[in-house]
Design a protein around this ligand. Sequence first.
Ligand code: FAD
Length: 405
Amino acid sequence: KNLESVDVLVIGAGPSGTVAASILNKNGYHVKIVEKQQFPRFVIGESLLPRCMHNLEKAGFIEAIEKGNFQKKLGAIFADGHETCEFDFSNQFSEGWGWTWQVQRGAFDHLLAREVERMGVKVEHGSAVTAVDFNEKHANATISKADGSTYNIQARFIVDSSGYGRVLPRLLNLDKPSDFPERTSFFCHLRPVEPIVGKEREKIIILVYTKDIWGWVIPFSDGTYSVGIVGDIEGVNQFSGDDEAQFRQWVEEIPALKSRFTNCSLIFPPKRITGYAAAVKKHYGHRFVLTGNSTEFLDPVFSSGVTFATESGALAAELVSKELSGEAVNWQKEYSEYIQRGVDVFKTFITAWYDGDLQRIFFSQNPNTEMRRQICSVLAGYVWDLDNPFVSKHKRAITSLARVV
Ligand code: FAD
């Protein structure tokens, strides 16, 4: 049989794809996920934000994730030498979840994929979507299996959640360069010689090295850590030797890494990703929608990736359901403009981080408590709460605060 028929084909079983598939399935549609890799597979993006809990909840995943014993995350610590600035998600301006998790994505994504299968969605691993064709009535996708054979799936709609694969942006020529300069990241999972205990396990730590280079420390529940360095390409690659030697030089170079990770074991050879910032010309078209990283990815500094991936996956699923039930959907207003509003808030924060304004605000001695709560909400991913001036007037709020601190 060379042709299969479904209501919705979802490309990719990352968090964006599984959230979308689960909601479509709950809404009564016949959904199939085609995923190129066998799981568990490594992907970066391990520190979640409270806002994404709403989407995991909508998808019915929370209970299963609770059984996965992941590290609870209660906030973020920004540190520049001895100066620190802490945010507790329990003390924020917007209503909603006050905590989330930090997860090894191999295990986390595998768990979500198994959960969506348990709910009745077929997930086909080891097969890639390699071509698409749209006509008035259907979308047709060519699926290439691991054994080299191909078959076709005919769908009423395609949700492209292919992450860094960016399947439809590539096939339909929708790629657009990002507004951000090209940066690089260099990261690894580590096991410290001495276990690190205490409250810092419950937060992500962001370490300022220079204005352009920073590092992350993400504790996991099994006592291992994700540690990464991000910044301009020349700066991040300033050390010599093989990747392990370079990574160990970074650990020695930043005092907060040295004190925790000197002589640690590296769980796998360090990895690099460069030029991850990307954008698209449009988020949707006739019988397709793009979600998660196959739309736009900005920068890892505020851990917003999985939150956007699940927010867009959940919203796309509701809108596809609406359209398939015969109701009209204004994709521009209901989808693109909504997603873009959130992206724009983070864009302002990320720009202000790299131009130094936000670092000055974080480390200023004179914190205004209400503004800190409002900033904390943005850092928790509540970037659609228009009651928060750091959302509704993000640019102006950051610029004027930077001027007075
Ligand atoms: P993915 O999780 O990438 O899943 C896409 C899936 O599609 C993959 O499994 C892939 O195999 C599959 N696929 C690809 N091509 C095809 C094809 N042709 N056919 C079928 N399947 C296909 N985000 C955070 O939230 N927190 C962080 O701390 C964070 N840190 C980051 C650090 C760095 C250095 C970078 C670069 C990013 C970081 N991110 C972070 C972002 C995060 O990695 C992504 O936003 C997130 O993984 C996107 O999820 P997704 O579901 O869209 O895609």
